[in-house]
Design a protein around this ligand. Structure first.
Ligand code: BEZ
Length: 396
């Protein structure tokens, strides 16, 4: 499906949702008065993270359709920008939505570097922003803002969880490997913090520029270092190639490869045998047995004919959060203070389990340990319950 292909799926989604009996009554008088709600989707639809952008878009639209195709009685008009996961183009791309299209809310993005630029523009222009993936720690830390929300995670969270799991398993030495930008660096930082606090030692940190995938020289270095474990942050098509190259080099036979769940989420079809048995930590797992997740997975599958992944779930929750805020002000975005207060206080019934936000508007949620079995990231245990970030200088 191409980047706007999901728009054509709307009919199918609506049918699926109606079949699930989930339509909610709208408020025609109000919607006519206030006009359409302009939603700007700034996501990657090409490049390494293209599949992630599409899944987020699908998840977001699914939640809107479940709400009758409207938000607080207002129809939606979508404005779509492909950000290409390119931080250099981010200010221009975000300004298309803010200044040219005059959107009521921006939803984006996947890449932390792009999201840092987007959140600056959102702050400067007081545009409502919901981040459905990018985990840059600072956005909900020192750079936090009343109008900026995140329904995904912060980058250090998954590393913190896996560092603890590996220290508990009495692993003594680790090598880390990632792309050199904030997502990878912060993920590794979280891992190092808890792994070393638990008695382990990160003996080498390996980097390559985003989105390069020439892993061979670094795999040779890992083979020579012989650590007890390798912790890697990669996602999208980069994760597919890294996991396959690691196995092709025979390293998976002697040195377990672990990481945040992005290493194996939405990628198992392509990774196949190479990913089997891998342990990862994430705020989602395929088979989470709660009513919301069961319904979400069934409806998503019916609408899009593919299994949802963590990115689809985060997009779904971005729309759920918007709906809570908009319902609180009966669709009147001018009531900004009430709208953001309602979003900040939201308690969402998320497919991941319960979802609340901390002071900086970052998720407080359980982080799960998962194991790859066949084409599933199977739930193993709760690695950390109700993980929340420290304030990190957020002044809200
Ligand atoms: C990030 O850049 O923040 C990111 C990208 C893909 C997966 C997870 C995080």
């Amino acid at each position: 499906m191409n980047r706007i292909g999901s728009l054509r799926r709307i009919g199918a989604i609506a049918a699926a949702v109606m079949a699930a009996g989930a339509l909610v009554a709208a408020s025609p008088a109000l919607s006519q008065q206030q006009g359409k709600l302009k939603v700007g989707l700034m996501l990657p639809y090409t490049g390494t993270y293209a599949a992630l952008g599409t899944a987020i878009t699908n998840g977001f639209k699914l939640a809107i359709e479940e709400n009758g195709g409207k938000v607080a009685g207002r129809e939606i008009e979508y404005f779509v920008v492909d950000d290409e996961s390119d931080p250099a183009k981010a200010p221009e791309n975000a300004n298309k939505l803010i200044k040219r299209d005059n959107v009521d809310v921006m939803v984006g993005t996947v890449h932390s570097g792009v999201a840092l630029a987007m959140s600056k523009l959102a702050r400067d222009n007081n545009t409502l922003l919901i981040i459905p993936n990018a985990g840059a720690d600072d956005i909900t830390g020192p750079l936090c803002a009343a109008n900026v929300f995140r329904t995904s995670f912060s980058n250090s969270q998954m590393g913190i969880a896996m560092g603890k799991v590996m220290a508990d398993q009495k692993k003594k030495t680790a090598v880390t490997i990632t792309w050199k930008y904030s997502a990878g660096e912060e993920s590794i930082g979280g891992f190092k913090e808890t792994f070393e606090a638990g008695g382990g030692k990160v003996v080498k940190e390996l980097f390559l520029p985003f989105p390069q995938v020439e892993f061979q020289p670094l795999l040779t270095e890992i083979a020579a270092l012989k650590p007890d474990v390798v912790y890697a942050f990669f996602a999208g098509s980069g994760a597919v190639k890294f996991v396959k190259d690691y196995a092709a080099a025979g390293l998976n036979k002697t040195i377990p490869l672990v990481g945040p769940g992005f290493l194996t989420d939405g990628t198992l079809e392509a990774q196949g045998e190479a990913a089997q048995g891998m342990l990862t930590t994430l705020h989602y797992a395929d088979g989470l047995n709660n009513p919301k997740n069961n319904a979400f997975r069934a409806t998503y599958m019916k609408a899009y004919k593919v299994e949802p992944d963590v990115y689809a779930m985060q997009g779904y929750d971005a729309a759920q959060l918007l709906i809570v805020g908009m319902n609180a002000v009966k669709g009147d975005t001018a009531k900004r203070a009430e709208l953001v207060a309602a979003m900040g206080a939201a308690k969402l019934d998320s497919p991941r389990g319960s979802l609340a936000l901390n002071k900086g508007h970052n998720p407080i949620h359980d982080i799960y340990l998962r194991k790859v079995e066949g084409k599933e990231n199977k739930y193993v245990s709760v690695a950390i319950k109700n993980l929340t970030d420290p304030p990190r200088g957020c002044k809200l």
